[in-house]
Design a protein around this ligand. Sequence first.
Ligand code: HEC
Ligand code: HEC
Length: 380
Amino acid sequence: MLDVLCRHLPMIRLRVSLAAALALAAVACTGDIVDPDGDPLEAAMRAFDTNVAPTMQIKCASCHTSTQNPQFMKPDPTLREGVLGFNGGALVDMMDPVASRLSVYASSQAHATVGVNYTPAEAAQVTAWVELEALAAGVTPDPVVETAKITPTLGANEIDLATIGLTGSKLTFDYQPLATGMYLSRIQVDAGTGGVRLVHPLFVVWDGAQAIPDPIDRFSDIDLTVAEASTSMVGGGTAVFVDIPPQGQRSLHFKTATFANGMPPSDDGGIIGGGCKAVPQFTANARTPLQGNCTSCHAGGNQSATNATDMRDLGDDLKQAEACAQILSRVSKLNPDQSSVLESVRPGSPVNHPFKFPNQGAFDAYRASMLVWINAEAAP
Ligand code: HEC
Ligand code: HEC
């Protein structure tokens, strides 16, 4: 009950008094006991001091206190205010706390190469704190809806969307545990009567009572409409998560989840602005290794391979933009090594995929070429 209230914080605010919502939220989200008459600012300050500052002191202070690197840990006058005010507030997003740059960027591969990253659970504490800051600032973030939790099992899984009012529709995916995470593939929506429109799905993994939202919020660019009685992939249909409890329960948030209400069905898994910006780099660096290793199955030779990831345009000089967009939807720009086009074919990966590179050297060469293109896509 408290968990659900916590995730629905913005909606609760509209219905009960601020103090009551705050007491519930603070207990549920941070494990902190708040005086029911306590003020929101105090709860936000306490969440920062208890759950955010200690991790920052241990993992981030060595680089972010001096002027050499972005100096967001300089107290101004307190550490919390310094972080909030840094670069005009660029590190926190009160409208969409999970998108806060502080947690997202410190969960990315680019930052891992220069610094130390948050674990997903630590990033979740930043999100929970920013939620309280939003409450304290009187900001009303967009409400979210959340499905019931399920415990994933190896193979096919189903999240019934009836729990969010979309009776007859469901979201399905295949689940495979990784050593410290999970590999999801064939993430798709089966729409029942009335069709569905799902905006901005967010996977939340549960470590007991603690919610760990996807730290890089990888489906933030999805606005997917699926017609009645049909099925569509969600984005590219794959997602790799690491450093989360592999067996943890999971649920899904949406910014909005409604019937289709006359919206036309989406193409390409509903990715908004899903095209590539680095098509020349794709053709120069990704095309040859994909043709050499993948198109024997993925360009029509094996139907289930082609349904999962269609590479039929790869050989066509005039369709490089289309071919690139198809592969891009299986790439994690923020964490390239979490891309299904890398993890599914890595020797030693537990992912159940019919092809793996025969040895690490061959994989490394493939990865290096793919990264030239992926990094070009990820560049600001
Ligand atoms: C070993 C040094 C080092 C450590 C430790 C480190 N970082 Fe960084 N961080 C950097 C460098 C260097 C940059 C700037 C280069 C870049 O953006 O990649 C940076 C950039 C950032 C940025 C982007 C700031 C901006 O305004 O663009 C954020 C956010 C960030 N770090 C958060 C963190 C967090 C949170 C931690 C602790 C969990 C942390 N960093 C630990 C070196 C470090
Ligand atoms: C021997 C045939 C074969 C080869 C070669 C092959 N694949 Fe696949 N691939 C498949 C099949 C079959 C599926 C569908 C699995 C399913 O439906 O669950 C698949 C699915 C995928 C998926 C979707 C996610 C998933 O895990 O189901 C990705 C991404 C993928 N392949 C990438 C690649 C890449 C990249 C290469 C080349 C480096 C490659 N594949 C080479 C047969 C192949």
